[in-house]
Write a protein that binds this ligand. Structure first.
Ligand SMILES: Nc1ncnc2c1ncn2[C@@H]1O[C@H](COP(=O)(O)OP(=O)(O)OP(=O)(O)O)[C@@H](O)[C@H]1O
Ligand SMILES: [Mg+2]
Length: 342
């Protein structure tokens, strides 16, 4: 379904007062938005949804969801700012990147594995990482790789909710999340970190905006050595300089070169039996993909695989060949879109 179809369904169920279907569709739209990389929009929808559910629970009119979702009073405000708490299965091989980036990340991991050694010599531990660079080049993925490699839980902070919230208790709640992360030995992940810069536009209350940024500065400054904070942004210039200076490690994830595209394609196809029907042409398409993101290249390849499957499916056996021409067309479309946007 497209975004527009979800909106039509939401309007329909809203007008019909069908809460159950409305919530179901809204959740689907949130998922769809995440997958189509409208993460800020997804975060804001999620926070509207949470607000509404909390309102209804306290009003006691309609109960939504199972009782186990009802949190203890003191946790409720905090939970509004937590998008999810997860463990990650991602590891280094999932991330295609330059050797320099790989080495930086490997050192960071090493520091946390050898934290006792560093302590013995009174050496500081790097624990605040910023990933930046163009969209679809693995910033969010890199955060998951760190969590996976370090085998730590990760709390994903809902910055969208912070921006769209009434802000009153924001600083206090952020401090609570950081405390909780420290006691539970979790990584704090602030994805779409530039959202913080947008508080300026949303909030009437400039004083409160400054308080939120100051709170984060303080939380960073007093972060226990064993705690880890990861932030990611594709708009580094939106972030306050004082915040940028606090990061021990700033890692730029860039658009892929030809070798990286080849690696991405090989990894994407590795666990399948799909191969290109024309290897020479595939290499040409790879060259044509320069300038596009990992995300776009992978997405078009998967679409080409699906379309090749459909066109050759004879009900008996599925074709294992990718129609390279289909992929070439999709890549060309993406290049045109990119040109139009620039
Ligand atoms: N460097 C990479 N190596 C392997 N896969 C990648 C890489 N970058 C992106 N991908 C693929 O694209 C998907 C989206 O990437 P990701 O969400 O990490 O991008 P991002 O840099 O966070 O983009 P945005 O700035 O839009 O949030 C990943 O889940 C993965 O499938
Ligand atoms: Mg991201």
């Amino acid at each position: 379904m497209q975004q527009i179809d979800y909106i039509k369904e939401i309007a329909k169920y809203g007008l019909e007062n069908d809460q159950e279907k409305l919530l179901f569709t809204l959740n689907e739209l949130i998922e769809h938005s995440k997958q189509t990389k409208k993460v800020n929009f997804a975060l804001q929808l999620q926070s509207i949804l949470k607000d509404a559910i909390r309102q209804q629970q306290t009003n006691g009119i309609v109960k939504i969801g199972s009782p186990k979702h009802i949190l203890r009073e003191e946790d409720r405000e905090v939970s509004d700012f937590i998008l999810e708490k997860l463990t990650s299965d991602y590891r280094f091989p999932n991330l295609v990147c330059s050797e320099a980036v790989h080495a930086e990340l490997a050192y960071f991991i090493e520091e946390h594995r050898s934290i006792e050694l560093l302590r013995q010599y009174d050496l500081p531990v790097s624990n605040k990482v910023l990933f930046y660079g163009p969209s679809g080049c693995g910033k969010t993925l890199a955060a998951y790789v760190l969590a996976g490699e370090l085998e730590k839980m990760m709390i994903v902070i809902n910055l969208g909710a912070i921006v769209s919230s009434k802000l009153g208790e924001t600083s206090k709640n952020l401090a609570k999340i950081f405390r909780r992360a420290a006691t539970e030995d979790c990584i704090v992940f602030m994805d779409e970190f530039d959202t913080l810069g947008k508080i300026r536009d949303y909030s009437q209350d400039h004083g409160e905006m400054k308080r939120v940024v100051n709170t984060i500065l303080q939380l960073f400054d007093y972060l226990p050595q064993s705690s880890i904070v990861i932030a990611a942004t594709n708009q580094k210039d939106m972030i306050d300089d004082a915040l940028l200076r606090r990061f021990d490690l700033s890692v730029k994830l860039e658009l892929p070169d030809e070798a990286h595209i080849n690696e991405l394609i090989n990894k994407t196809l590795a666990s399948s039996t799909f191969t290109f029907d024309n290897e020479t042409k595939a290499q040409k398409v790879i060259k044509d993909s320069l300038g596009l993101s990992y995300y776009t290249i992978q997405k078009t390849l998967l679409t080409a695989i699906k379309r090749s499957l459909f066109s050759k499916y004879d009900g008996q056996h599925k074709s294992q060949k990718i129609q390279t021409a289909v992929w070439a067309d999709l890549i060309n479309q993406e290049r045109r879109t990119l040109l139009e946007a620039s």
